[in-house]
Write a protein that binds this ligand. Structure first.
Ligand SMILES: O=P(O)(O)OC[C@@H](O)[C@@H](O)c1c[nH]c2ccccc12
Length: 256
């Protein structure tokens, strides 16, 4: 599946028409997670569908979801912009960026530097770079290019093998362990536990995917994650904000 997604990306990149340059007030993802409102940083995801789960949220109103996330003070938001496989859109990201005052991560499969410029112009504060998709030197080039343009990167890996290769080249400031194997789609939060000892002390560790319960949250925090990236658990329920509070074991009262 990953191979197919990447093939599609290379085709899409050929057809990119860059939007007009616009001015956005960039926010730091690193700082937001580092100075989290909670015991562990939270990136809340806005995602309608995925190749592994199909449609996750039928009634999908991205700005409404973003407002709901704002109400419960998430530290950052992740917006899927891939259209074909995740039913996302860069327009969703732009709309959300204009509405919220937390950093917005563009969740897509970056394979070409044109997509970085596109991310700048649609208002992203950060982009995702996937270790399983890019060669380490290429990833590092994209990383530097993004930072030069005022964007930050979440560098994601699933396996130790890929992490090791990347760390030979550089140490990303924000490092994500994706608990989901992008080839098989199976998730296990133990992936975070397994890789945590190899994460450089200067990198902020984000545990991504497959976090559903308060216990999962406590577990990854116990392993040493400094932040979590959660999508499905919030998207499945009518009010994503309620699910945020539930995940953190916070009391939900009707007035709030
Ligand atoms: O919905 P979940 O299991 O909470 O996962 C969120 C996020 O980690 C996941 O959407 C994701 C992580 N890495 C990705 C790369 C591409 C697309 C999506 C992803």
């Amino acid at each position: 599946m990953l191979t197919k997604i990447i093939e599609t990306k290379y085709e899409e990149v050929k057809k990119i028409i860059l939007p007009e340059y616009d001015i956005f007030d960039r926010k730091s993802l690193y700082k937001a997670l580092h100075n989290s409102n909670r015991e562990i940083g939270l990136i809340a995801e806005v995602k309608k569908a995925s190749p592994s789960k199909g449609i996750i949220r039928q009634e999908f109103n991205p700005t409404q979801i973003a407002l709901d996330y704002m109400n419960v003070h998430v530290d950052a938001m992740s917006v899927l912009t891939d259209e074909l496989y995740f039913q996302g859109s860069s327009q969703y990201l732009r709309d959300i960026k204009e509405l919220v005052d937390v950093p917005v991560l563009r969740k897509d499969f970056i394979v070409d530097s044109l997509q970085i410029e596109q991310s700048v112009r649609v208002g992203a504060d950060a982009i995702l770079l996937i270790g399983e998709v890019l060669e380490p030197t290429q990833l590092h080039e994209f990383y530097s290019e993004a930072y030069e343009k005022g964007l930050e990167c979440l560098v994601e890996v699933h396996s130790y093998e890929i992490l090791e290769k990347i760390l030979k080249v550089f140490e990303p400031k924000i490092l994500g362990v994706n608990n989901r194997n992008l080839k098989t789609f199976s998730t296990s939060i133990l992936q975070t536990k397994e890789l945590v000892t190899y994460i450089p002390p200067g990198s902020l560790l984000v545990s991504e995917s497959g976090i559903h319960s308060h216990q999962d949250l406590l577990d990854v925090k116990g392993y040493g994650a400094k932040a979590v990236l959660v999508g499905e658990a919030f998207m499945k329920v009518e009010k994503p904000g309620d699910a945020v509070r539930e995940l953190f074991g916070e009391k939900i009262n009707d007035e709030g």
